[in-house]
Design a protein around this ligand. Structure first.
Ligand SMILES: Nc1ncnc2c1ncn2[C@@H]1O[C@H](COP(=O)(O)OP(=O)(O)OP(=O)(O)O)[C@@H](O)[C@H]1O
Length: 634
């Protein structure tokens, strides 16, 4: 039964929903019912109610908030997120942006209300103190040396961008930012691989937007003044300067969010279009003008079919984010047509820059880089492609399939209240696990691709605001999720090697311990997961985690010399050896010695912000904020 449906009915009695807790009752032998069907039903119901009441009391004592039923009628009525100003809009594509008045000079005046929404929300991600763990070796390949920055102030950024970075509380650039920002500023095409949660979005948005600031008046298409906008007479065609394509709706919304912050007080107008939400609102936003367009590929194709609505004639930057995901999702033709400009009237000027970001770097991505990017494109690699960092404490425990639910409950209960993300491998299981937890009295919700976009946005909002601090998700739907204070990721199911195996594992656990914070990942392992065991052990060894006894037979022989064959970064392919790949292999190392460069500046550059933890109402390491013991302050 659909847990959401039960919630929608306001069914707080916990009756009627899926509940397999009988499997864990002390005397849960259903066959022992001898007093007739009615008696059994009554006593089972009573027993469940008692069990639930006990659970609720225990959970409450521990600090968990009560499960909150969703009421989608109310949500549709517009009350959603009323206590989270950030998401006041019904759809994230309509979230507030800085509205530029023609009367402004070069830079618009502050807007206090919007500033609060964009920069001061308690649910915004803040850097933690364990930033050293992100100090990976950085390799850069390209035709000439690009000097990495160690401070944002050294990058020659537009003053408004510097101010917006300060408002975001980004004190120092992350390693990928140290390299990517100057590379983009020098006008080169860039291909970059970096770990999850390492600030890739800002690594391309900061230099691109900074380059456009001050030139927007000259480059941007004419647009109506929003303060005097008449939707009947003033509509324009959207002619963005920047296009960002990414694989998931949630990621598109997150990039849009970051863009709203970094465009603050400028005339650059960001818009986001993504599937599942009504096209109308998104179209209306484009008709008010659009300089930065963030899009998922399906909705982008839809809108591109209407040249009166969207044109790429002015496009200066095309960014492909999570390229590996887009390619494995079957979008390679769409991406290729964007690169080619075929039928898209894309501006093909020499100054049109292409950027490609990817956690791994599959063959298809390499071919596109070779075929469509400038010969002298820069390639940046932070750490080993597809690796993770030591801020995540990884545990693997042996759990038989049938014991997973109880184990999950015990694990969550023993961990105490904390934002927890649970991954399963199928949509059906996603609903089942969510229902199980909810019926046990835990505040959970779930997200997967069969949910409507309305439900997906609401589930994420509930998770972000900790109304439902437990989110059950399938891997695909939670890819790229950037939610503050996710303290525990649980792989209820480990990903199989047929579904991206260890790469998927890395993405999943990367939802915790982001940007210098710490977190925990627990994976349930049993005989069904043997396919992933060798790679899992390599990751555990590489990140100096304990390899449990039952996995010892899969442990790498020499933990100091782990061999990876991830097929993402094979420099020895014939084509590369033949020098056909410009920029790497065929190109030469930017640092002159044609070998790997380890840049200490970048390693030292990313330091925790002084006083960050002591700031009122915020503790980098605590989900609770100062002196708080309530869920509401997550
Ligand atoms: N220099 C910085 N200092 C502090 N926080 C930062 C900095 N740069 C980015 N962030 C924040 O870090 C978080 C993670 O960034 P982002 O989502 O871009 O990571 P990512 O590398 O794209 O991760 P993933 O691969 O998992 O999608 C975001 O909330 C972002 O606002």
């Amino acid at each position: 039964m659909d847990h959401f449906a039960a919630h929608a009915n306001g069914d707080t009695e916990f009756s009627g929903g899926f509940n397999d807790s009988a499997a864990f009752n002390d005397d849960g032998d259903l066959g022992a019912a001898t007093n007739g069907a009615t008696d059994t039903a009554v006593s089972k119901k009573e027993q469940q109610a008692k069990e639930l009441a006990d659970n609720l009391a225990k959970l409450k004592e521990q600090g968990w908030n009560n499960p909150i039923p969703f009421n989608y009628q109310t949500v549709y009525g517009g009350e959603a997120g009323a206590d989270e100003p950030r998401d006041e809009a019904k759809w994230l594509s309509n979230a507030a942006i800085y509205e530029w008045d023609d009367d402004f000079g070069e830079v618009g005046p502050p807007n206090e209300e919007l500033e609060k929404v964009l920069f001061h929300g308690e649910y915004l991600m803040r850097a933690g103190v364990q930033l050293e763990a992100l100090a990976f070796d950085v390799e850069m390949f390209g035709p000439e040396k690009v000097h990495p920055i160690s401070k944002f102030d050294d990058a020659g950024l537009h003053p408004v961008m510097r101010e917006n970075i300060r408002l975001c509380r980004y004190v120092n650039p992350t390693p990928i930012q140290c390299y990517c920002i100057p590379a983009v500023l020098t006008g080169r095409d860039v291909v970059a691989c970096a770990q999850t949660g390492s600030g890739k979005t800002a690594a391309y948005l900061i230099p691109i937007l900074s380059k456009l600031m001050g030139k927007a008046r000259m480059l941007a298409a004419p647009r109506p003044n929003p303060t005097r906008y008449n939707p009947v007479t003033d509509r324009v065609r959207a002619e963005p300067l920047v296009l960002v394509v990414c694989p998931t709706r949630e990621l598109a919304c997150q990039i849009f969010d970051e863009c709203r912050r970094l465009c603050y007080r400028t005339m650059l107008r960001p818009c986001v279009i993504y599937g599942g939400a009504p096209t109308r609102g998104q179209r209306e936003q484009l008709e008010m003008g659009c300089d930065i367009l963030i899009a998922t590929p399906g909705r982008l194709l839809d809108f591109m079919r209407n040249p009166g609505l969207l044109s790429f004639a002015r496009l200066k930057f095309t960014v492909i984010d999570e390229a590996d995901e887009l390619f494995s999702g079957g979008w390679e033709e769409t991406i290729e047509s964007l690169f080619q400009g075929n039928g898209t009237n894309t501006n093909a000027d020499a100054d049109h820059m292409y950027l490609m970001f990817s956690a791994t770097f599959p063959k298809l991505a390499r071919r596109m880089a070779r075929d469509y990017m400038d010969e002298d494109y820069v390639r940046i690699k932070v750490g080993r492609v597809g690796s993770t960092h030591t801020n995540i404490h990884q545990d693997v425990i042996y759990v038989d399939e049938g014991a997973k639910n109880q184990c999950l409950f015990d694990l969550i209960f023993s961990g105490g209240p904390q934002r927890t993300l649970i991954f399963v491998n199928t949509k059906v299981k996603c609903d089942m696990v969510d229902d199980f937890l909810y019926n046990k009295g835990l505040p959970s919700t779930s997200i997967h691709s069969d949910r409507t976009q309305r439900e997906r946005e609401d589930a994420l909002r509930a998770f972000r605001t900790a109304k439902c601090p437990i989110l059950v998700a399938t891997g695909v739907s939670a890819r790229g999720l950037d939610v503050t204070s996710v303290k525990h990721v649980i792989n209820y199911d480990l990903p199989s090697t047929q579904h991206d195996g260890i790469t998927e594992y890395i993405h999943r656990i990367g939802r915790t311990a982001r940007i210098g914070n710490e977190g925990k990942a627990t994976s349930f392992f049993n005989d069904r997961n043997e396919d992933i065991a060798p790679d899992l052990c390599k990751i555990l060894a590489e990140t100096k985690q304990e390899i449990p006894e039952f996995l010892q037979s899969f442990a790498p022989e020499d933990p100091k010399n782990i061999q990876w064959h991830d097929n993402t970064d094979d420099e020895n392919e014939a084509e590369v050896e033949a020098g056909a790949v410009a920029g790497f292999g065929g190109g030469f190392d930017c640092f002159g010695d044609n070998s790997r460069d380890v840049n200490d500046t970048a390693r030292r550059g990313f330091q925790p912000e002084e006083g960050f933890q002591t700031e009122e109402g915020f503790q980098a390491e605590s989900p609770w904020g100062d002196n708080n013991d309530k869920m509401g302050t997550w």
